[in-house]
Design a protein around this ligand. Sequence first.
Ligand SMILES: NC(=O)c1ccc[n+]([C@@H]2O[C@H](COP(=O)([O-])OP(=O)(O)OC[C@H]3O[C@@H](n4cnc5c(N)ncnc54)[C@H](OP(=O)(O)O)[C@@H]3O)[C@@H](O)[C@H]2O)c1
Length: 325
Amino acid sequence: MVYGQSKNNYPKQLYNFKCVLSIFIHESQINHYKLQKKLKYSRIIAGTMTWGEWGKKFSKNETIDLIHYCLEQDITSFDHADIYGGYTTEADFGNALSETNIPRDHIQLITKCGIQYLCENRNLKINHYNYSKDHIIWSAENSLKHLKTDYLDLLLLHRPSPLMHPDDISEAISQLKQQGKIKHFGVSNFTPSQVELISKEHEVSANQIEFSLTHHDALYDGTLDQMIKKNMIPMAWSPTGSIYKENTEQIQRIKKQLSELTETYGATQDQLLLAWILKHPSQIHPVIGTTTKERIKAAAKSIHLDLDFEDWFLILAASQGHKVP
Ligand SMILES: NC(=O)c1ccc[n+]([C@@H]2O[C@H](COP(=O)([O-])OP(=O)(O)OC[C@H]3O[C@@H](n4cnc5c(N)ncnc54)[C@H](OP(=O)(O)O)[C@@H]3O)[C@@H](O)[C@H]2O)c1
């Protein structure tokens, strides 16, 4: 073998270049794969829980305006649940959406089923869960009618039930998928073992969980590990946690630490709260609840922030009240 040539008879430099290139191609394939997996929804998702009866009670025109505003910020995914507004918010949103010229494939509609919630619109003895085949199908079809759409991008089971069985769920999901009524299926607030139970029969593509600086059990209890392993999409509800609801010692510590970093990153406290979530390698999609335009805009921009590892751990330590061992 001539010095300077590899065992494949490539000149050494070319051989090295080929190795680098193959690593690059391999990595870019992985990244592409990751992107393919994750780009079903906008990285920041607009939560609609308080758009209607349960909050701001937006008029049709205000709802249209806010939908357009979200799209202008590249927030194209909207998170619903049948129960929001006591089973009224999906229809309010659908009525507004149907009066826009927004092409259906420019937005993604996520909704949830399964909670039977005692209210004016549902005559029940008690709040409970229902994941029978008939109920899931009935609920999804109601959501389609209310949202005035032919398909849901993602249907989630809202909360796990002690009485759910994977076969019932699988039959309902298979039928809804075959009929083109849902594109993807997922769960919300499920533990890893509950995800295993359900995915025995059917692929679970997402788990929407409570996750924030004040609620981060999912870092340690296997929930996020499972989502990486199973190539699922994690979605974080209440991404600001209790920060604006309470004033505990933990929250004071977090706020102090964030205030020390706002200048470094040229970011607001809200943006750092989201940046901390976005840094997790499972590619968590925060579902933001704010209906305030400036906060929506700031949230959309937070995807461009990349926290330094040390800063990420400083914020974690502030939340936990101690450093990692
Ligand atoms: N899967 C589930 O079980 C589940 C459960 C709960 C929620 N969700 C979904 O998650 C979405 C978000 O939940 P969330 O509303 O609890 O999330 P959040 O984004 O953590 O909280 C939003 C609330 O915080 C307020 N806020 C945000 N920034 C603020 C600031 N800088 N100062 C003062 N107040 C501030 C907002 O008020 P303004 O509106 O006035 O800005 C809003 O009331 C919901 O819309 C829903 O789609 C899912």
